[in-house]
Ligand binder design. Structure first.
Ligand SMILES: *[C@@H]1O[C@H](CO)[C@@H](O)[C@H](O)[C@H]1NC(C)=O
Ligand SMILES: *[C@@H]1O[C@H](CO)[C@@H](O)[C@H](O)[C@H]1NC(C)=O
Ligand SMILES: *[C@@H]1O[C@H](CO)[C@@H](O)[C@H](O)[C@H]1NC(C)=O
Ligand SMILES: *[C@@H]1O[C@H](CO)[C@@H](O)[C@H](O)[C@H]1NC(C)=O
Ligand SMILES: *[C@@H]1O[C@H](CO)[C@@H](O)[C@H](O)[C@H]1NC(C)=O
Ligand SMILES: *[C@@H]1O[C@H](CO)[C@@H](O)[C@H](O)[C@H]1NC(C)=O
Ligand SMILES: *[C@@H]1O[C@H](CO)[C@@H](O)[C@H](O)[C@H]1NC(C)=O
Ligand SMILES: *[C@@H]1O[C@H](CO)[C@@H](O)[C@H](O)[C@H]1NC(C)=O
Ligand SMILES: *[C@@H]1O[C@H](CO)[C@@H](O)[C@H](O)[C@H]1NC(C)=O
Ligand SMILES: *[C@@H]1O[C@H](CO)[C@@H](O)[C@H](O)[C@H]1NC(C)=O
Ligand SMILES: *[C@@H]1O[C@H](CO)[C@@H](O)[C@H](O)[C@H]1NC(C)=O
Ligand SMILES: *[C@@H]1O[C@H](CO)[C@@H](O)[C@H](O)[C@H]1NC(C)=O
Length: 645
């Protein structure tokens, strides 16, 4: 249902408008029986150990430890973070004599609980949209001791008093270090073992700020070896969210019905917005700041409050639909309207931005798809997190985590219910007041190189909210190892443990970029095998695939080779788009002749009317029931189908 996914604001940049009609919430950790007294110490291990069964979990889990730990913020004794630590082998976390690596996972938001990652992505328990619980054999704890942490204070099961929310990202970093200092008192070996800090989305803000705090400490409590961030919001909003719009359309031309005229229109808008940044390898000079050009013609201050908020976007689309006359709502009328929208375009002077959208090109192509491009429509939600699955916006219901048995087993707080997204991360501030990490990324990279810390940025190719193009701009705009950006364009293929092609990898001077094929914002959700291969080989391992190395003759070569078809900055997406038809789930594929005509157009650059005619003429599209294709296509589609059925 569209309505259920509207509630969702996972992982992202929901810029939350806080209406202070009521006081901010206040929460505190619960005290369970046999809580040790005094400072944190290994005596707390027994207290934190998860010994009670979890409801509906009928399969074995590794030994684990969970609960709240104080962040040591003066005057705020109830400020804690929540952790759930899983052992890779029984005793591996509690031993005092280990040099083995360990990992941390952080979701984003701001305000997304890392339980979202645990249950939808990379933990050992999967909770499906209908609440069904099943094992995930590709949990990241199988690689190393792994800890999922709810933070900043107040998020998920983390607690804070009403005056204790973070004022900015530097305070977030200080809280995180205060927490870690206590955590290593409980598990002493973690103080020296190499730490691999991983996360996703808005963790693209958290992790660089955590590192900034870490680098400023004379004696940090842990020993960080690498960081890895997926679909990261490191740059400013217009760069990671709006600038990639044309690249997303090139990946999924279904969004514009494979229509060359509409493509040319968006290409022109991209240029007018300054989004057509030309990356070079290596990059020559700082890429100038891209400013956001707002719409002129809005009757409401739409982009003022909502330019980055997916909820606002879809809400507006739905409201506009509700306002249409019934006769305007049917598909034939919509197609007629597309004709007139395009006629309007041809009347408009070249070189002008659409005054209704300005440079909000993501909302514009979402609108376009929902208005005119099958299988999207106003009743099928648009899923910005995964283009291929319009109605499949990820969401973790609170049923499992708010069950009293789960809360007691995890030693979680009882003072406030668990929520997927917490709205008051910055207290009564509407927005994160800290500048985006892009502004200090070269300084961060210099610090990272000096500490021998590697950096991995990865992306899911089907994510349209934080699409990979913005990450490539971020990397090319950063100097690491004395050179700005990569010296060669990422184009090396890699495969998962089953041999399935899993996308592109590139590694230079301690920085790694990975583009995952066939998955969206929540990378491990759809491609858990590839995600586990990635974590083992490239995060915890030192696999050289994609590395630029010197040959004995002194020339550069890339391990695993380079592939010219991938030199276009676009990894073509799948042909099928999943949609709901009644109670069933189907896959929508445009007619073959439409796709052929598009490919001719996009390679040759000439807009033939063929593709358009083909789209218009084929109102009956090919719909394949999901259950039939599921056994044929491994992994990707079948999993999505299971979610939707
Ligand atoms: C680890 O060392 C602590 C003291 O620092 C001790 O209390 C604990 O029993 C030791 N644990 C093991 C498994 O040896
Ligand atoms: C997960 O592993 C168990 C035990 O090895 C096996 O029975 C099950 O089929 C596996 N599930 C999947 C989805 O691979
Ligand atoms: C901290 O939590 C306790 C309950 O454990 C509560 O009595 C106290 O008022 C809280 N402190 C603040 C500053 O909110
Ligand atoms: C870099 O390290 C210095 C300490 O050497 C620290 O003061 C500074 O905040 C760090 N900056 C970043 C962005 O990591
Ligand atoms: C990128 O290159 C194209 C084609 O050469 C050019 O039209 C465009 O202005 C360039 N973009 C920028 C931001 O310089
Ligand atoms: C490039 O980095 C600089 C800081 O070095 C920043 O000010 C600028 O906004 C960045 N450009 C883009 C397009 O992100
Ligand atoms: C720009 O002008 C050309 C003709 O010069 C026309 O074909 C094209 O449709 C115009 N583009 C837009 C977006 O109006
Ligand atoms: C989509 O349709 C609405 C009317 O429901 C219209 O206001 C809007 O301009 C259209 N947007 C695009 C990009 O076609
Ligand atoms: C356990 O499963 C039952 C039956 O599917 C369901 O009704 C219940 O909500 C589930 N409870 C939890 C905590 O997941
Ligand atoms: C590196 O990782 C790739 C996965 O793409 C794998 O096929 C290959 O065997 C690994 N190489 C080594 C030396 O382990
Ligand atoms: C992406 O996935 C598709 C479908 O599985 C496959 O045909 C293609 O080779 C993959 N591409 C890459 C670069 O991994
Ligand atoms: C939207 O698409 C679905 C699936 O094709 C269809 O059942 C529904 O009637 C469509 N809604 C509208 C308003 O066209």
């Amino acid at each position: 249902m569209a309505s259920s996914s509207l509630r969702l604001s996972l992982a992202l940049l929901a810029i939350v408008s806080v209406v202070l009609s009521q006081p901010l919430p206040s929460s505190f950790p619960a005290v369970y029986s046999n809580q040790p007294t005094g400072d944190y110490s290994p005596a707390w291990q027994e207290y934190f150990e998860v010994t009670e069964p979890l409801p509906n979990v009928s399969f074995p889990l590794p030994r684990s430890f969970a609960g709240n730990i104080d962040v040591q913020r003066a005057g705020h004794p109830n400020n804690t973070l929540f952790f759930w630590a899983l052992e890779t082998q029984t005793g591996s976390l509690t031993t005092n004599s280990s040099n083995e690596p360990w990992g941390i996972w952080l979701n984003g938001g701001p305000g997304s609980s890392s339980m979202v990652g645990f249950f939808l992505e990379n933990g050992p328990i999967r909770i499906a949209a209908d609440g069904t619980i099943s094992p995930n054999n590709y949990s990241w704890h199988t690689v190393a001791d792994f800890i999922w942490i709810d933070q900043p204070v107040g998020t998920g099961f983390a607690t804070a008093d009403a005056a204790g929310y973070i004022a900015d990202e530097d305070q977030m970093g200080a809280d995180f270090m205060g927490f870690l200092e206590n955590l290593v008192k409980v598990f002493p070996s973690l103080a020296t073992r190499p730490l691999y800090l991983t996360g996703e989305s808005y963790a693209g803000v958290y992790i660089p700020y955590i590192m900034k705090t870490y680098f400023s400490m004379a004696n940090p409590p842990v020993n960080i070896a690498k960081i890895a961030i997926g679909d990261a919001s490191i740059a400013n909003g217009q760069v990671f969210e709006l600038l990639p719009a044309l690249n997303v359309i090139e990946t999924y031309p279904q969004l514009i019905g494979y229509d060359p005229a509409v493509y040319n229109y968006f290409k022109e808008q991209e240029h007018l917005c300054g989004f057509d940044i030309n990356l070079t390898y290596p990059q020559d000079g700082i890429i100038p700041t891209v400013n956001f050009i707002d719409a002129l013609d809005r009757d409401v201050p739409f982009f003022e409050k909502k330019k980055m908020a997916k909820r606002g976007l879809v809400a507006e689309i739905n409201q506009r639909y509700a306002e249409l006359e019934p006769a305007e709502r049917d598909e034939t009328a919509r197609r007629r309207e597309r004709g007139s929208w395009k006629r309007d375009l041809s009347l408009r002077a070249n070189g002008t931005l659409d005054p209704w959208y300005g440079c909000a090109l993501l909302p514009e192509f979402v609108d376009y798809a929902v208005n005119y491009s099958a299988p999207w429509n106003i009743t099928q939600d648009f899923n910005v997190y995964d283009i291929t699955d319009p109605d499949g916006s990820p969401s973790l219901s609170g049923t499992f985590l708010n069950d009293p048995r789960t809360i007691a087993a995890l030693h979680a707080p009882t003072s406030q219910p668990w929520e997927e997204t917490f709205e008051y991360v910055f207290g009564d501030l509407e927005n994160d007041p800290s500048p985006e990490p892009m502004v200090f990324l070269t300084e961060f990279a210099t610090n990272a190189t000096a500490h021998n810390i590697s950096v991995i940025l990865y992306s899911g190719n089907d994510d349209s909210l934080i699409a990979h193009r913005g990450t490539e701009v971020t990397i090319q705009n950063t100097t690491f190892g004395g050179i700005q950006g990569f010296t060669r364009k990422p184009s090396t293929l890699w495969s998962d443990d089953t041999g399935k092609p899993s996308g592109i990898i590139h590694q230079e001077r301690g920085w790694t970029y990975v583009l995952f094929n066939g998955t969206g914002h929540l990378v491990a959700a759809k491609t858990p095998v590839a995600a586990l291969t990635f974590v083992r080989e490239f995060v915890f391992g030192a696999n050289m695939t994609g590395s630029v190395i010197k040959t004995p003759a002194g020339t550069d070569m890339v391990v695993g080779g380079e592939n010219s078809p991938l030199f276009d900055d676009v990894l073509p997406g799948s042909e099928g788009i999943i949609y709901d038809a009644g109670t069933a789930t189907s896959t929508f594929i445009y007619p073959a002749e439409t796709i052929v005509a598009w490919n001719t157009f996009i390679r040759g650059g000439s807009a033939t009317p063929v593709a358009q005619t083909a789209v218009e003429a084929n109102t009956a599209w090919r719909a394949t029931p999901c259950l039939l294709i599921a056994p044929i296509l491994t992994g990707v589609l079948s999993l999505a189908c299971l979610w939707l059925l």
